[in-house]
Design a protein around this ligand. Structure first.
Ligand code: NI
Length: 178
């Protein structure tokens, strides 16, 4: 796919990242094209997950691919995802394509069950644990206008905001992955 398919990734503190995305009512060809562009944008970043808010679209769509690079691509999509069950606790050092040059430990549920729709509008139910569960919760948070830094203490968040000011002055680039 051409480079022109890659979309800009919005970064904190842009307002679209703080906004709750709308449910998708109609899964059609245009939406499938958008999903492919999300996939290309995620792979180019590179990242393992991306939510539509991050490319400036307030639609409840997320893409992910936790396959290792050497195994090739296996793009997965969830439209209108909803966590219907969760249990246990997992702590993972998270980063985000929309939060430049920062990572922090976040506590989330260790096992979750998610319902949604695939790219053809077929209902799907997914059980996830470990990094997969972290990734889905992180991306669903995006659709709810929430970033991983909303899970850390206000003290740590304040330190990041000050760090970000310095980074933006220097024009330093991101190496982040989620
Ligand atoms: Ni993210």
């Amino acid at each position: 796919m051409a480079t022109s398919e890659i979309m800009r990734i919005y970064t904190f503190p842009e307002p679209v990242l703080k906004t709750v995305a709308d449910s998708v009512a109609n899964i059609n060809g245009q939406l499938q094209k958008f999903i492919d562009r999300m996939g290309e944008t995620m792979y180019a970043a590179p990242g393992i997950g991306l939510a539509a808010n991050q490319v400036g679209e307030l639609k409840r769509i997320l893409v992910y691919d936790l396959t290792s690079r050497s195994e090739g691509r296996n793009l997965s999509v969830l439209v209108n995802p909803e966590i219907v069950h969760g249990e246990g606790e997992i702590v993972y050092d998270e980063a985000c394509l929309s939060v430049i040059d920062f990572s922090a430990e976040v506590t989330r549920q260790a096992q979750i069950k998610v319902r949604g729709y695939d790219r053809h509008g077929k209902p799907v139910e997914i059980e996830a644990e470990g990094l997969f569960a972290v990734c889905l919760q992180h991306e669903i948070d995006h659709l709810n206008g929430k970033l991983f830094i909303d899970h850390i203490s206000s003290l740590k968040r304040g330190l990041y905001k000050r760090k970000l000011q310095k980074i933006l002055k220097k024009g330093k680039d991101s190496e982040m992955r989620l």
